[in-house]
Design a protein around this ligand. Structure first.
Ligand code: ADP
Ligand code: MG
Length: 613
């Protein structure tokens, strides 16, 4: 489909000109990069042809950094300066992180910092090193700078974690086309997005984390129905179980370094036993012996069992039965274990998809998506796979925004909400469509203005106007306003581009987080000011019309409260305005009741769209 940020006229690539795009799986244990060339996905290796880049960064006293295999080798000898599994720290503050093998700075402000010989480093900086190493691979292979990348993140990553990932990319000089959920990337790699619809389970067991996601594809859009998992369960735990077994068999590890050696041997043995049935283990001076697959399976069975509980929970959360699942996709190096595949097949009663290398499947899907987003794939291949990057809403009284379609809603999307008039006899409404996360219209982007005329005159609050926002598969927004009693209608179509660059989106999102508390205060103030104005207009009109029903002492009391409300409403304290509104309401309550009795309709209150002028 014409995706939101790249389909602007004049921005599409020239015919025959292919732009350099890549997909990146930024993993906890390993990271990798892939690109599409001549319609085929190529996963890129280093000079020695190694595809998996261990997600490990070692800092040196001179400020230099070593990344990948060489860094991983220093984990034992230089533990505080060699950072592994940094993904667990992304977007997190000090207080959110428990025990850590690293020297974390103690300040609670901002992102956590790691103290190294090269100074304090944030997780974003550490990740940027990994991304730079991957970028170099791709640029060497493609012969030039990358114009865009898709980076995958776990489906459960929250906004700060996603933001941190984008920040790392920016620091590494990588333009991010978008972040993609890891399970969605795996589904894309298998081409499941070509199906008209389906329910898919993605089972991802990596080195240190287990994630299970349930995806629903409908009309070309993947929706994450439920996610679950265990942030502390993976191949590493299988290694630990194996080492414990060896200790029982007489292994003598007397130093942390020897324990590390045993763990490495365990990992290596486990990986080999996915293909062989019996192997020889030799860790000089520490342990020697034979290991067969059956012994390993006995040790890891309880761990495999532990992955099934989150699978059950995810199904339950989504209200889905095993039989409803169309395909199960295996992701993560640890799913190469034959025993695990058997157990998964038993649980889901269906052979899982595994023909794409489970280490590479996420990067492959990301590469496909990047190729598509950058505009290299033909229009026929365009798939619908996007979300609304920033909320779409309508201006309401007080210069406030009422969000109609929240950000991240999958496209196509449609939502309706009812509004009403603000003034008695109002026959027209001005509608102002805006986009952004902030509460005030002035802090959002204006997309379009239109009006609905011919509303039959009614008392304020009596008219019912349904406003429908619809974003179609091509990313076009149409807004319809319909008056429900007479059926008059008005409509406008806008391209909500969107035209926004990623940087704009990031800035706007960042602002909304920074200003969240100011915005909430401003919103409360504006709401009370609007209510005060509405109340003053209504009471004045009532006093003019119902003068005969008004007693003299009542008139004095009401007028006094009006003056008070007039004087506080221009202030900055929403509570003071509220208090004055309540007092005016009380002073006029009896009078209002008599007018009701006199057969007049009391004006209903409700949210009003900006009065038409
Ligand atoms: P992450 O997503 O955490 O970065 P990966 O998907 O790269 O991790 O998975 C790493 C894990 O996969 C390690 O525990 C590794 O031992 C395991 N693994 C890799 N190859 C095999 C194999 N052939 N058999 C069993 N486990 C394997
Ligand atoms: Mg992974």
């Amino acid at each position: 489909m014409a995706l939101l940020q790249i389909s602007e006229p004049g921005q599409s690539p020239l015919p025959h000109e292919r732009r350099r795009a890549a997909g990146i799986d930024l993993g906890t244990t390993n990271s990798l990069i892939a690109t599409v060339r001549d319609g085929h996905v190529q996963v890129l290796g280093d000079a020695e042809g190694r595809i998996l880049l261990p997600s490990v960064v070692r800092f040196h006293a001179d400020g230099a950094a070593t990344i990948g295999q060489a860094a991983a080798e220093a984990e034992v000898s230089d533990p505080l300066n060699t950072i592994a599994s940094v993904k667990r720290l992304m977007g997190r503050g000090r207080a959110e992180i428990g025990a850590s093998p690293y020297d974390l700075s103690s300040t609670d402000e901002g992102p956590v910092r790691l103290r190294t010989v090269a100074g304090e480093k944030t997780p974003v900086e550490v990740s940027a090193h990994i991304l730079r190493a991957l970028k170099a691979r791709a640029e060497a292979y493609l012969g030039g700078e990358l114009s865009g990348v898709v980076i995958t993140v776990p489906a459960y990553f929250d906004e700060p974690q996603r933001q941190a990932t984008k920040d790392a990319a920016r620091l590494a000089g990588l333009p991010v086309l978008r972040l993609l959920n890891e399970p969605t990337a795996a589904a894309v790699a298998y081409g499941l997005d070509r199906n008209p619809e389906g329910l898919y389970c993605v089972y991802d067991l990596g080195g240190g984390t287990f994630d299970v996601s349930l995806l629903r594809l409908s009309q070309g859009v993947f929706e994450v129905l439920a996610t679950g998992g265990d942030a502390l369960l993976g191949g590493d735990d299988m290694d630990a179980a194996l080492v414990r077994h060896w200790m029982g068999e007489g292994a003598r590890a007397t130093s942390p370094s020897e324990t590390r050696q045993l763990l490495r041997a365990a990992r290596h043995a486990r990986e080999r036993l996915s293909g062989e049935t019996e192997i020889m283990i030799d860790v000089p001076g520490v342990f020697q012996g034979l290991l067969n697959r059956a012994t390993l399976e006995g040790l890891i069975d309880p761990l495999i069992e532990r992955t099934l509980a989150p699978c059950r929970r995810v199904l339950k959360d989504a209200g889905v039965k095993v039989a409803d699942i169309h395909e199960v996709v295996l992701v993560g190096g640890a799913t190469r274990t034959p025993r695990l595949r058997e157990r998964i097949e038993g649980f889901f009663r269906k052979a899982p998809l595994h023909d794409i290398d489970p280490d590479q499947v996420v990067a492959i899907g990301a590469a496909r998506q990047a190729d598509l987003l950058i505009g290299n794939a033909g229009a026929a291949d365009m798939l619908l796979l996007d979300v609304i990057p920033l909320s779409l809403g309508l201006e309401i009284m007080g210069g406030l925004v009422e969000k109609i379609i929240p950000r991240n809603s999958p496209i196509p999307a449609s939502r309706a909400q009812e509004f009403t008039t603000y003034k008695d006899g109002q026959t027209a409404l001005a509608l102002h469509v805006v986009q952004g996360e902030r509460d005030l219209v002035s802090d959002c982007r204006s997309l379009a203005r239109f009006s609905l005329r011919g509303i039959p005159p009614m008392v304020a609050g009596a008219a019912r106007i349904r406003v429908t926002f619809r974003v179609d598969a091509d990313g076009l927004l149409s807004v319809t306003a319909r008056e429900l009693t007479q059926g008059i209608e008005s409509e406008i179509t806008v391209k909500p581009s969107f035209g926004l660059s990623d940087a704009d989106i990031e800035r706007m999102l960042g602002d909304s987080i920074i200003h969240a508390s100011d915005d909430a205060l401003m919103r409360a103030l504006r709401e009370q000011q609007v209510e005060a104005d509405r109340m003053i207009v209504a009471v004045e009109a009532a006093m003019a019309e119902g003068a005969d029903l008004l007693m003299e002492n009542e008139r004095t009391a009401i007028e006094r409260q009006m003056v008070l409300l007039q004087s506080v409403k221009g202030g900055t304290d929403p509570q003071a305005i509220r208090a004055a509104i309540v007092s005016l309401d009380q002073a006029s309550a009896d009078f209002a009741a008599r007018r009701m009795d006199a057969g007049l309709r009391k004006a209903m209150t409700g949210r009003s769209v900006t009065e038409f002028s």
